[in-house]
Design a protein around this ligand. Sequence first.
Ligand code: PMP
Length: 471
Amino acid sequence: MAVTEPAPAAVSAAHSAAHEGILRRQSARESAARTYARALPIVPVRARGLTIEGADGRRYLDCLSGAGTLALGHNHPVVLEAIRKVLDSGAPLQVLDLATPVKDAFTTELFRTLPRGLADRARIQFCGPAGTDAVEAALKLVRTATGRDGMLAFTGAYHGMTAGALEASGGATDVRVARLPYPQDYRCPFGIGGADGAEVAARWTESLLDDTKSGVLRPAGMILEPVQGEGGVIPAPDDWLRRMRAITAARSIPLIADEVQTGVGRTGAFWAVEHSGVVPDVMVLSKAIGGSLPLAVVVYRDDLDVWPPGAHAGTFRGNQLAMAAGAATLAYVRENGLAERAGVLGARMLTQLRSLAAEHPCIGDVRGRGLMIGVELVNPAGADGPEPGARSTTTGLLSPGRSPRPLPPAPELAAEVQRECLRRGLIVELGGRHSSVVRLLPPLTITDEQAAAILDRLADAISAAARPHHG
Ligand code: PMP
């Protein structure tokens, strides 16, 4: 497919009026808590693959992908066909958690993809149709199975917006949740970064669990993202993940991998835990598994399946259209090697972005895994303290040695880059602790040409946004 350029500036007056009217009514009627709509004043009316067409007649390259939902991009033919097939078959669309052929096919396809070691002993709980509900289910599951109440979670984590998921997320506090350091190179809390920084983080975890006076409640589980998404695109080193597996296994603590955002090929493996060979006890899955429609499940080893009937209920656990779209998506990603493709293309894009960073002092760090990519913007004039501020020297996941003091985050610059991207017909998300990380989550189906167009527009946007800051 050819790269789609933004439609010419000469947009019809009617288009423009409709677009403005819809946005005006939205801001008058919708909640102050609305999010993406604030930074992205667009009105999507049509979409295909990477491209969204707005009510203003403009076309955009969509690297937000429904917050990482669209593994195959918008309206992929196999997804549409799967949905149409269910509609045309006369199958019921609301079935609670009853068995159906559509659900049976989805579960078969999902189990086929699971990491070996879990697949052969897996149970699945269909949840209310949001990632956060599956997180709640996972926390409840391990609390029931272990009879313990505590939970281990990480700095910078994001698990959702319902009470339990929020408590396990980095921005919250809960006496039952012990907060452990998630390893990171650029803003390593220990000022070390690389393999050594990850090792210190692992030892801290180990000592908290074994110190009888650490103040940590006996944990029912440990929940982690193999790559932190909302936290600023921070991939966990494989060695560290294996350490977490060993530490939890030695203490009979179930390990919960939240693969809501990392799953279905996004990071270059079908599931991100596969990079390290770690087999979790529980996996929380949503977003891409529904093929763009709402679906969330928790998958776990059968010996944890001791919660009673009704322990995690919900009216909307049987979304047949999402299961059909999801099964089609899972099969397409598997059959077409899209995880491998994401790995190769993502590595190339990271290399290109690192070259870009060499030209722009305002790019503090470039990181990611597969097609989950983050560019952290910093203030190059803001160095303070005895050590000179610096950009990351990260070239891989494990760079040994002491990391330089990171430069201060630049959230306003990041917001400006996002606006400049939109002006150039590119939709990007912001994330990270300080909202200073520009995030790219393109569909796994993008062509080399589309990847080049994305990077061109981003480079151009960064140049434009950085200009006034450089004086
Ligand atoms: N876990 C992770 C890792 C996520 O990225 C998200 C959503 N961004 C969630 C859980 C929550 O999913 P939902 O928004 O569907 O509730």
